[in-house]
Design a protein around this ligand. Structure first.
Ligand code: PLP
Length: 404
């Protein structure tokens, strides 16, 4: 008789954002007259930059001609995009990454979720707490997590690295050595960044112990401070221990277009096997390449006009971040993040739980954020606001929160 993958039964609750959407829908049905402002999900709101739209139009027109038509492309991505990424995102920063080490995909979420497939099922996995839920859930689905412990609020086989106010939201090197280590900087949800010397310590730790770091750099474009690395490959020895994932969603507004990439250095081996070969095989077998027109739009991100237009777009969101952060601090909240990341991580007032604060903020101010506890046990008592709203909505939300 057919059986199911029982690991799925170990998954906890429904996905955080579906729960939020349900609560918001129910509130709106009961209170149709109230205008809700959403600073919850990390989706962008600005339209695509003109240079991207132009590249899309051009690529669509090409596809309508017999000379310019593109069918199945290389699964790893077109050379024009892989080269632009290698040169602009890496070589320009002094990182020795070649186009062949880059795998283009339809976004970081899939890569971040799929990458664990090339690792053994018995590997010990370390994640930050709070954490972007995809790292945990995909390891649960694979059967690497063990059972969920309701007392600790975590899975028994995962190694949780608390990121709290006390340690500046920076995970400490785990005493129990993990095999796979998920790191995300600038961080979702806390908005914390990591200094280069601190990241170097992680790279040295991984090399010392034979661990692999899975580095999610989805928010790299939001770094404003010097000495905060844009890539883990800025650290020496990282090519021997790290895989890096990037997204075009937040630096260029591709949340709807879909584009991302993963870097697997050729020198990264486990037990004599190159992870590059495994990922190449996996990618070629299960993925048929990002759309040609979207890859052309991705190429435009790296043109001089693209860089200028997107710098402005990111600056727009970062101005929102500054307004939220400073507005909250002025209103007496304790808030973190928002300097190198589009996320503000605030402490809930009056010892409210994260979900209590969510409900209060929704019913009294009609502002939607994300409860910190949805990202892990150490997120309890915190709340995430995003800077991805429009300026108008951001200012209006702040006004309402001040009143609240
Ligand atoms: N990684 C992190 C940390 C994220 O917060 C997100 C999206 O919010 C992603 C990856 C997914 O990015 P993409 O839109 O490229 O799938």
């Amino acid at each position: 008789m057919v059986s199911i993958n029982e690991n799925y039964l170990n998954l906890q609750g429904s996905y955080l954002f579906s729960t939020i959407a349900k609560k918001v829908r129910e509130y709106q049905e009961k209170n149709p007259q109230n205008l809700i402002i959403r600073l919850g999900i990390g989706d962008v709101t600005q339209p695509l930059a003109p240079v991207i739209v132009e590249a899309l139009h051009k690529a669509v027109a090409q596809m309508g001609t017999s000379e310019g038509f593109h069918g199945y492309g290389p699964e790893q991505g077109y050379e024009f995009l892989r080269s632009a990424i290698a040169v602009e995102d890496y070589q320009a920063r002094g990182c020795d990454i070649s186009p062949e080490e880059i795998f283009v995909s339809d976004g970081a979420k899939c890569d971040v979720g799929n990458i664990q497939e090339i690792f053994g099922i018995d590997n010990r996995v370390a994640v930050c707490d709070p954490v972007y839920p995809v790292y945990v859930d995909t390891n649960v689905m694979a059967g690497r997590s063990g059972r969920y412990n309701t007392e600790t609020g975590g899975f028994e086989n995962l190694i949780y690295m608390p990121c709290t106010r006390e340690n500046g939201f920076a995970p400490e090197l785990p005493k129990e050595v993990p095999d796979m280590i998920y790191l995300c900087f600038p961080n979702n949800p806390t908005g914390a960044a990591i200094q280069k010397d601190a990241l170097q310590e992680w790279v040295d730790y991984a090399n010392r112990h034979g661990s692999v770091i899975l580095y999610d750099a989805a928010y790299e474009a939001y770094i404003t401070e010097e000495n905060v690395p844009h890539s883990i490959y800025e650290c020496s020895g990282a090519k021997g221990c790290a895989i890096e994932m990037h997204s075009f969603s937040k630096n260029a507004g591709f949340t709807g277009l879909r584009l991302g990439y993963t870097v697997v250095p050729k020198e990264l081996s486990v037990s004599g096997v190159k992870l590059h070969d495994l990922w190449n095989r996996r990618h070629g077998t299960k993925y048929n390449g990002a759309p040609y027109i979207v890859q052309r739009a991705g190429e435009a991100v790296y043109s001089p006009e693209g860089k200028a237009q997107l710098k402005e777009q990111v600056a727009y969101y970062m101005e929102n971040a500054r307004l939220i952060r400073e507005g909250l601090l002025a209103a007496g909240f304790t808030a973190f993040g928002g300097v190198n990341a589009p996320y503000i991580w605030l402490q809930t007032p009056a010892h409210m739980t994260s979900w209590e604060f969510f409900d209060q903020l929704l019913s009294r101010a009609q502002v939607v954020g994300t409860p910190g506890s949805g990202f892990g046990a150490s997120g309890e008592g915190y709340f995430r606001l995003t800077a991805f709203g429009t300026r108008e909505n951001t200012l209006e939300a702040l006004e309402r929160i001040r009143g609240f």
